[in-house]
Design a protein around this ligand. Structure first.
Ligand code: SAH
Length: 348
């Protein structure tokens, strides 16, 4: 019988599974703490379990692990980029950013991605496989062990589309926030999606206190379809309506990501059109804000970054109509911190 991935199990699932081999519920709590607080890599380390139980666990479960294959540290701002090796030899990336209020870790949710966004390095070779909840947790635990400062927020903005790996991501969130484990409040977690409307509605039903980031990158469907294939399936109106429903259900402000690409989506008229649509959303009661990002250039792609003046003009138009707008600070510029680039380099 195939062994079970124990790191991807919630405490309740673990208790149920252990009950099948005659173990009382408190054992689940013990083992969960070993895995998610104490970083145990084997059952033999779990010194408060009997030898017989450790053997039973070894037969029934396996403990996944990842390792740091490469680590780049920015000399500009201390941003750290990890290339992680997974058990099957695949690789993913995570980026650790230092802010005044703590450390934030950007994690990957899939090996590769099948969303096909025209400006993104992560999707250039398609989807290899989804990550398990345990592997995503290990991205956090491994970065935490490697650095002195506490990881106080997590953003699902690395390689992959989180809502295309929905179940594993949900288990990841539940386990990450469990007080018996890493105990990170979901108020300090952001999940970024390219806009899978049906999955946004399903996530809203969970009513989790996390921040939904939506990668918009265009003021209308015509431009969006050119750079994001997902727009062919889900029109912007439907996407914005789902954002309204998400806010109504969770009360959490929606964050819109907008990568400014020279001559493609960065004109004043684009800012006005976007401003109108977001104002309409606001009038329907949903709070939102826009994060402007000068697009990162990627080898093999032809897009170029908007100039400073275009960024400032775009920001000015949105703020002028009353949409809260920030321009994202560039971190790790010297280590290619934009997601997907290190994995491609190492494969090439
Ligand atoms: N699939 C999810 C999360 C991963 S990408 C999503 O699409 O939201 C995280 C963010 O980085 C997204 O907003 C994505 O559009 C953006 N991004 C990807 N490539 C980029 C690039 N070259 N420059 C700037 N932002 C980029």
């Amino acid at each position: 019988m195939a062994k079970i991935d124990i790191k991807s199990m919630t405490p309740d699932q673990l208790a149920e599974s252990l009950a099948l081999i005659g173990e009382p519920k408190f054992r689940a709590g013990q083992i969960f703490r070993w895995l998610h607080q104490r970083g145990a890599a084997s059952f033999d380390e779990m010194s408060d379990l009997s030898k017989a139980l450790r053997e039973k666990c070894n037969e029934k479960y396996y403990i996944s692990s990842i390792n740091i294959k490469k680590k780049l540290v920015s000399t500009l701002d201390g941003t750290v980029k990890y290339l992680y090796g997974l058990g099957d030899g695949n690789t993913v990336e995570a980026v650790r950013m230092t802010y005044v209020h703590g450390n934030s870790l950007c994690v990957s949710t899939q090996v590769g991605c099948r969303m096909g966004c025209g400006f993104c390095a992560s999707t250039m070779d398609g989807l290899v496989r989804p990550l398990t909840a345990g592997e995503m947790l290990d991205e956090v635990y491994t970065a935490q062990r490697d650095g002195a400062e506490k990881i106080s927020s997590v953003v699902l903005m690395g390689i992959g589309e989180p809502l295309d790996n929905y179940d594993a991501v949900l288990y990841f969130l539940k386990i990450l926030s469990d007080p018996g484990g890493f105990g990170l409040s979901l108020r300090h977690v952001s999940l970024s999606t390219c806009g899978l409307v049906d999955q946004i509605d399903i996530l809203a039903e969970e009513a989790l206190p996390l921040t939904l980031s939506v990668s918009l990158h265009a003021p209308n469907d015509a431009i969006r379809k050119k750079i994001m294939p997902v727009a062919r399936k889900w029109p912007m109106d439907e996407l914005l309506a789902a954002c309204g429903r998400y806010f109504a259900r969770t009360g959490r402000r929606i964050s819109f990501e907008y990568a400014l690409i020279d001559g493609v989506n960065d004109r004043e008229a684009h800012a006005r059109e976007l401003g109108e649509k977001l104002l309409a959303l606001k009038k329907r009661g949903a709070q939102c804000h826009v994060n402007l990002i000068p697009v990162n250039t990627v080898d093999g792609k032809s897009h170029t970054q908007s100039g400073r003046a275009a960024v400032a003009r775009f920001e000015g138009v949105l703020s002028g109509v009353g949409i809260a707008t920030t321009v994202r600070r560039t971190l790790g510029a010297d280590i290619n911190a934009a997601c997907g680039q290190l994995r491609r380099e190492s494969a090439g």
